[in-house]
Design a protein around this ligand. Structure first.
Ligand code: 3PG
Length: 401
């Protein structure tokens, strides 16, 4: 169900379930990508003269109000981006929220406080969740669900509320599902999947689901060391998931059998310690312990030869999906691999998709802009679960899966 199925919305109270779960440092937003991603839907509703009530979670508070997790700074940012005043309610379904909603005129916007200040939002108990959803439902006439980043959660505002009120997906969910579908169903070839991040165990489902669909798979990030260990290489004190080595061996064999090119690093940046100013040196993948740090060295980035190999594979692809940084990009000495991969994605003549919270933050932090990529997903867990082929409650309830 898309927005247009809800009929004319002028004068209607429209609840928008967004995912405004942005990173905050001392109440300052460090990446407002998720706020910007809500603008197409919100502007469409404003232009129609709807009375817009925006709700979201922020962080993981304990089911009670906690000023650290207030949505107030997010409401302020939203007001700047929309170029109009945005009211802020100090509670979620209480007096303040009810007053804010009652004061809305056509085309106005209000943000209500963090949904997770109420235990009912994340309750496992169906009745408790349903009861909170009923309170939320009383604030509006219809629901536009647009928090793609949270559709993998069976929570009151994501799932139950959509069953209570007439509901439809907003433009962000539409776009995310459209793009992610193109990565799983008939991707234009050659199709390359670039995986990084610290743990293989977080990516098992994605690897299993995408391996049969991709032409090339490139592995970087902390998880590369488990792949190198599976090939019999020593990795010093690098991140290693010993219990995943057999699984990884299975992937290597499966890729070979299917004719999928699995490109593993040929070199890595080894460091003396996990620190921004640590001594570091490039070592070939089969000699990671042959540096001055010996078996104490730890790998914190892919090496320059690997970066070049990855960049060439990416540039020559028509569809590319990238999830997970190649190294500890927050430290400049170990950011080169992630930068090289990001740069190569900007040169793809086709569809380039950056998925997952960390990779999205990485590209912005490294100075790239959103418009240099085909799509930057606002989902972390949600986009990964989608790409694992899982059913997501927040999409199922809207008839989208
Ligand atoms: C996310 O950041 O992945 C979403 O906002 C969901 O947040 P959660 O993992 O706390 O449910």
């Amino acid at each position: 169900r898309t927005l247009s199925t809800l009929g004319p919305l002028a004068g209607k109270r429209v609840i928008v379930r967004a995912d405004l779960n942005v990173p905050l440092k001392d109440a300052v937003i460090t990446d407002d990508g998720r706020v910007r991603a809500t603008l197409p839907t919100l502007n469409a509703l404003i232009n129609q003269g709807a009375r817009v009530i925006v709700c979201s979670h922020l962080g993981r508070p304990d089911g009670a109000p906690d000023p650290k997790y207030s949505l107030e700074p997010v409401a302020q940012r939203l007001s700047e981006l929309l170029g109009k005043p945005v009211a802020f309610a100090r509670d979620t379904v209480g007096e303040s929220a009810q007053e804010a909603v009652a004061a809305l005129e056509d085309g106005d916007v209000a943000v209500i406080e963090n949904l997770r200040f109420n235990p009912g939002e994340t309750a496992k108990d169906d009745a408790a969740r349903r009861a909170f959803a009923q309170e939320l439902a009383a604030l509006g006439d219809v629901l536009v669900s647009d928090g793609f980043g949270v559709v993998h959660r069976k929570q009151a505002s994501v799932y139950d509320l959509a069953e209570i009120l007439p509901s439809a997906a907003g433009f962000l969910i539409e776009k995310e599902v459209d793009v992610l579908d193109r990565l799983t169903e008939n991707p234009e070839r050659p199709y390359t999947v670039v995986l990084g991040g610290s743990k293989v165990s977080d990516k098992l489902g994605v690897i299993a689901h995408l391996l049969p669909r991709a032409d090339k798979i490139l592995v970087g990030g902390g998880m590369l060391f488990t792949f190198l260990a599976a090939q019999g290489y020593k990795v010093g004190k690098s991140l290693l998931e010993v219990d995943q080595i057999d699984t990884v061996k299975g992937y290597i064999a499966d890729a070979a059998e299917r004719g999928v090119e699995l490109i593993l690093p040929v070199d890595a940046v080894m460091a003396s310690a996990f620190a921004a100013d640590a001594d570091h040196v490039v070592a070939p993948a089969d000699a990671l312990e042959d540096t001055a740090f010996g078996a104490d060295g730890l790998g914190l980035d892919i090496g320059p030869q690997t970066a070049e190999l990855f960049a060439a594979a990416i540039r020559s692809s028509t569809t590319v999906f990238w999830n997970g940084p190649m190294g500890v990009f927050e430290m400049p000495a170990f950011a080169a691999g992630t930068k090289a991969v990001a740069k190569a994605l900007t040169a793809v003549d086709g569809l380039s998709v950056v998925g997952g919270g960390d990779s999205a933050a990485a590209v912005r932090q490294l100075g790239f802009t959103d418009d240099q990529f085909g799509h930057i997903s606002t989902g972390g867990g949600a986009s990964l679960e989608f790409l694992e082929g899982k059913k997501l409650p927040g999409l199922e309830v809207l008839g989208w899966q």
